[in-house]
Design a protein around this ligand. Structure first.
Ligand SMILES: Nc1nc2c(ncn2[C@@H]2O[C@H](COP(=O)(O)OP(=O)(O)O)[C@@H](O)[C@H]2O)c(=O)[nH]1
Ligand SMILES: [Mg+2]
Length: 155
C-alpha cells in the first residue's frame, strides 16, 4: 500500500474543508465549523491500494511543526471570486519551500460556479510549476479530474 500525505493551505473561507468533504466523503455543507487547528484524517482507496492522509489547516500556519509542512502533495486553495486569496498564495508557497525544496504543488480555484467573472491563477501556477484546477466543491465541477490527478499522478 502506498501512502500520500496531503496538506491543504489557503486563506480562511476559500473552501478547504469543503473540498476535503467533497473529495473524500462526497458531502457539502453551507456552514462548516471554522478550522482552528490542523486536523488529520485518512482514507484508503482499495481500487488503487493507496491511502491518503490529509491535513486540513486554519488560514495561517504560523508555528506549525516542520513535520506537518513536509507533505507529498500540497493543495493551495483560493476562491475564484476573490482576487485577494490569489495574492496570498505566495506566502503559503514560501512556507512550504522552507521544508521542501521540490514540492508537488496544486493550485486550486474553488467556488467556480459562475464561469463569467472568475479570477484565474495561471501565472502563479506556471511560476511555481504547479498543477492548476478550477473546481466547485458545491456543484462537484472539476472534482473528478482533481481526484484522478491526486490518486494517479501523485507518487
Ligand atoms: N458557492 C460556493 N460556496 C462554497 C464552495 N465551497 C465552500 N463554500 C462555502 O464557503 C464557506 C467556507 O467554506 P470552508 O470549507 O469552511 O472554508 P475554509 O475556511 O477554507 O475551510 C462555507 O460557507 C462553504 O459552504 C463552493 O464551491 N461554492
Ligand atoms: Mg476549514
Amino acid at each position: 500500500m502506498k501512502e500520500i500525505n496531503l496538506l491543504l493551505m489557503g486563506d480562511s473561507a476559500v473552501g478547504k474543508t469543503s473540498l476535503l468533504n467533497r473529495l473524500f466523503d462526497d458531502t457539502f455543507e453551507t456552514n462548516n465549523l471554522k478550522t482552528i487547528q490542523p486536523i488529520t484524517k485518512s482514507k484508503y482507496f482499495v481500487k488503487y491500494d493507496k491511502k491518503i492522509n490529509y491535513i486540513d489547516t486554519p488560514a495561517n500556519l504560523i508555528n506549525v511543526k516542520k513535520k506537518i509542512l513536509n507533505a507529498d502533495v500540497y493543495f493551495l486553495v483560493y476562491d475564484v471570486t476573490n482576487q485577494k486569496t490569489i495574492d496570498n498564495l505566495e506566502s503559503y508557497i514560501k512556507q512550504i519551500y522552507e521544508s521542501n525544496d521540490n514540492p508537488n504543488l496544486y493550485i486550486i480555484g474553488n467556488k467556480n460556479e459562475n464561469m463569467d467573472d472568475i479570477v484565474k491563477a495561471h501565472d502563479i501556477a506556471n511560476k511555481y510549476d504547479a498543477k492548476y484546477f478550477t473546481i466547485s466543491s458545491k456543484t462537484r465541477s472539476g472534482i473528478n479530474e482533481l481526484f484522478s490527478s491526486l490518486i494517479i499522478k501523485s507518487n
